[in-house]
Write a protein that binds this ligand. Structure first.
Ligand code: KG4
Ligand code: ZN
Length: 332
């Protein structure tokens, strides 16, 4: 089945064409980062307006890159939630309109489900596996038994990991979103020069807490006289990254231990983090398990990732009804 996939849950407007839930023919992303950067975070109202402008453009681009016209599309996949409701509505309404006008089926997909299954577009991973979802809005561990079969193992009790990265970047004056900048600085710093707490590390659960690390960074910064720059800034970034990565690694290992599984799939924007990749790859070698990371384009928000679940649902006849609404909060 040839699917047109649409995503607009946060600050990326995305469209993709995917064949049979496997073959990505195009995956187009229009980022609004520049629009929101000057406010230091996503402004929901601005996001909705920008999605409205960008959506027809990314759809045309995705079709053109796939070498197809809209007549060739056999089904539509849309992110139904969670996310900013005004933003979600843009992809949802567009997807419904296309499906209605063309008389083809459509389906609303969970954003996290998209992230969790994105790896299948690049290298098929056998079910079941443990999924670590690390993004700006989420930090979760799931047991993924198959498409539509997810069991939550653990989650952040406060900030998401990407959110902590972005807040640390902001308080260091590094701009928004700053996760990738902190990652780059950390690569040149000494991770043991400044030691930050590892919240919940030794607690016998699979939950996370990142607001404490961020507050420790804030308190450290407040104690310094003058601006932090040069090697000091790199050491601070490295110290923060070491704390965050150590907790993410330890809890992922515990999830594998508890489920008895040997496959870990990492997804979401923070899955681009070099420190996290290195740490989990090292742990995988030492612990004899497999760790999988999608390429950066499939880690961050994109529309192609929706196709894996959507194709399976539509094959089973799970077409959504036209009165389906977006869900700002939606547990998976
Ligand atoms: O998955 P994503 O594109 O959007 C959400 O669903 O949230 O993730 C965006 C998040 C942002 O917080 C961004 O700072 C973070 O991923 N991020 C990174 C890196 N690249 C992106 N965080 C740490 N290291 C990176 N290299
Ligand atoms: Zn996301």
């Amino acid at each position: 089945m040839l699917l047109l996939c649409l995503e607009s849950s946060c600050d990326e407007t995305a469209a993709a064409v995917v064949r049979d839930g496997r073959e990505v023919l195009s995956n187009v992303i229009a980022s609004q980062v520049d629009v929101h950067a000057r406010y230091g975070g996503v402004v929901p109202e601005l996001a909705s307006r920008k999605h409205l402008e960008a959506m027809p453009v990314v759809i045309e681009d995705a079709l053109e890159r796939a070498g197809l016209s809209i007549e060739a599309i056999e089904g539509v996949a849309v992110t139904r939630g969670p996310g900013l409701v005004g933003a979600l509505l843009v992809a949802l309404a567009t997807g419904k309109a296309i499906a209605f006008a063309r008389g083809i089926p459509w389906v609303g997909v969970h954003h996290i489900e998209g992230h969790a299954l994105a790896i299948q577009l690049e290298q098929p991973v056998e079910y079941p596996f443990v999924s670590l979802i690390v993004s700006g809005g989420h930090t979760h561990l799931y047991l993924v038994e198959g498409v539509g079969r997810y069991r939550i193992l653990g989650r952040t009790l406060d900030d998401a990991s990407g959110e902590a990265y972005d807040k640390v970047a902001k308080l260091l004056g590094l701009g928004y979103p700053g996760g990738a900048i902190v990652d780059r600085l950390a690569a040149e710093g000494d991770p043991e020069a400044i030691v930050f707490p590892r919240p919940l590390l030794h607690q016998d659960n699979l939950d996370f807490s990142f607001s404490g690390i961020k507050t420790a960074v804030l308190n450290y910064v407040k104690r310094q006289e003058g601006e932090i720059g040069g090697q000091h800034l790199k050491d601070l970034a490295a110290g923060f990254q070491r704390a965050a990565v150590e907790v993410l690694t330890a809890k992922s290992l515990r999830a594998l231990e508890r489920t008895g599984l040997r496959r870990l799939v990492v997804a979401g924007g923070v899955a681009c983090n070099r420190g996290l990749r290195q740490s989990l790859q090292k742990a995988a070698q030492a612990g004899g398990f497999e760790v999988y990371f999608p390429s950066p384009l499939l880690c961050t928000d994109n529309a192609a990732m929706l196709a894996v679940a959507a194709d399976a649902y539509l094959e089973r006849g799970g077409c959504s009804s036209l009165d389906l609404n977006a869900l700002a909060g939606w547990p998976l």
